[in-house]
Design a protein around this ligand. Structure first.
Ligand code: SF4
Length: 390
């Protein structure tokens, strides 16, 4: 059986953070959450039969703030995940957790429902950073959430940190990383702040003082060095893990494996198609009421990916990983010679040292990884005509 990832979007937050453009509404009403869960379950029932040939070996509760779910609500969702899909007994089941929403008891209840991996949105251990970013929690809440996760017997705990926040210094970032390395965490995601259009940071971008490009670069490379020194292996541009703790679900995105995402704004890659659902909670709720609208109206994008674009996508995603491109795996997947298609295109970056040869292919060097988006935009051409494909 083929493996599948399942992403479940929980689009509720206590309040919006200053930098966030993920789809969520600042509303935590229990009746609204209950109505949403009913719609989500109806959606699972619709997709379950299409995924009969698959075994789900990763489930990811993302948001929004999934940790706002009660035990009763989570139990109901998990019961339906199990009845709608073939769930592997060794399934990785992750949940994003906001430190301002949990305690040991609540985390224990999540564990009872089947969650076995937590991704805690710490963002910074500095209270000024947290205030600037509009987070609802303090650094104290973050320390407590991590220790509560251990009390609740989670043995796979990840934290998220951001660098590049307004007024943040290199020393602030170094402090954050050193603190993280001293805590019992298994995985760390380190994201450079992106100022997304429409967010409060974007509206105030000329008033706020962001670190300059050179400082951001130092923040990234210093952090990578500190994390590697503390036993975290970098496996993707922004992701670092202790042994065997890389996130199976997120690896699916980068390996171009299949996943179904349910909920407003969720994306899927399933049966050769990419599709997403509109970012509208009201439309989502109505879409499972035939009197109001239809599920078709819920679809935002629906792309039947041509074979040659699938190749381009595979290259783009695999290059995000430290392991890079394995030419034999490429040949096995597409029946094509990677060098024939891409060697000329990557040659300038091989010469500059941004791309290096590995045992089985090519990968970005650390310098290349940092500017990978730029390089990939030059290397990848989704309209490239590849002989033998259509
Ligand atoms: S808690 Fe997470 S999803 Fe909600 S607004 Fe903040 S960053 Fe966005």
């Amino acid at each position: 059986m083929k493996s599948l990832g399942l992403y479940l979007h929980i689009p509720f937050c206590i309040k919006k953070c200053e930098y966030c453009d993920f789809y969520s509404v600042p509303n935590t009403s229990e009746s609204l959450k209950d109505a949403y869960i009913n719609a989500l379950i109806a959606h699972m029932k619709e997709y379950g039969p299409q995924a009969r040939e698959y075994v789900v070996n990763s489930v990811y509760f993302g948001g929004g703030t999934p940790s706002l779910l009660t035990e009763k609500q989570l139990k109901l969702i998990m019961k339906n995940v199990k009845s709608c899909f073939n769930l592997s007994p060794l399934c990785e089941i992750s949940m994003e957790v906001n430190p301002g929403t949990v305690d040991a008891e609540k985390l224990t209840s999540f564990r009872r429902c089947g969650i076995n991996r937590l991704s805690i949105g710490v963002q910074s251990f500095n209270d000024e950073d947290l205030q600037t970013a509009g987070r609802i929690h303090t650094s104290g809440d973050a320390y407590k959430a991590i220790s509560d996760a251990r009390k609740a017997k989670f043995n796979n705990v990840s934290i998220d940190l951001i660098y590049g926040l307004p007024n943040q210094t290199l020393q602030n970032v170094v402090d954050n990383i050193n603190i993280a390395c001293g805590l019992e965490v298994d995985h760390l995601s380190l994201y450079g702040l992106k100022i997304e259009e429409g967010t409060p940071f974007w509206f105030n971008r000329y008033k706020l003082s962001f670190p300059d490009e050179e400082t951001e670069r130092s923040m990234y490379f210093t952090s990578v060095g500190l994390l590697e020194g503390a036993g975290f292996k970098q496996y993707e541009i922004s992701n670092f893990a202790k042994k065997n703790k890389a996130c199976r679900h997120n690896l699916k995105y980068w390996h171009a494996f299949e996943y179904i995402g349910l909920g407003p704004g969720a994306h899927s890659y399933f049966a050769g198609k990419r599709f997403s659902f509109k970012k509208s909670l009201s439309l989502y709720l109505d879409s499972f009421d035939p009197a109001k609208t239809t599920v078709e109206q819920l679809i935002d994008e629906y792309i039947d990916i041509p074979y040659s674009s699938r190749i381009a996508e595979y290259v783009m995603l695999n290059f995000r990983l430290n392991s890079g491109i394995d030419c034999q795996a490429f040949k096995k997947q597409f029946g094509q010679d990677f060098n024939k298609i891409y060697y000329e295109r990557i040659l300038p970056y091989l010469k500059s040292g941004h791309i290096v040869r590995t045992k089985n292919g090519y990968a970005f060097s650390p310098d290349g990884m940092y500017v990978s988006n730029y390089i990939l935009s030059r290397v990848i051409d989704f309209d490239l005509i590849i002989p033998g494909t259509n």
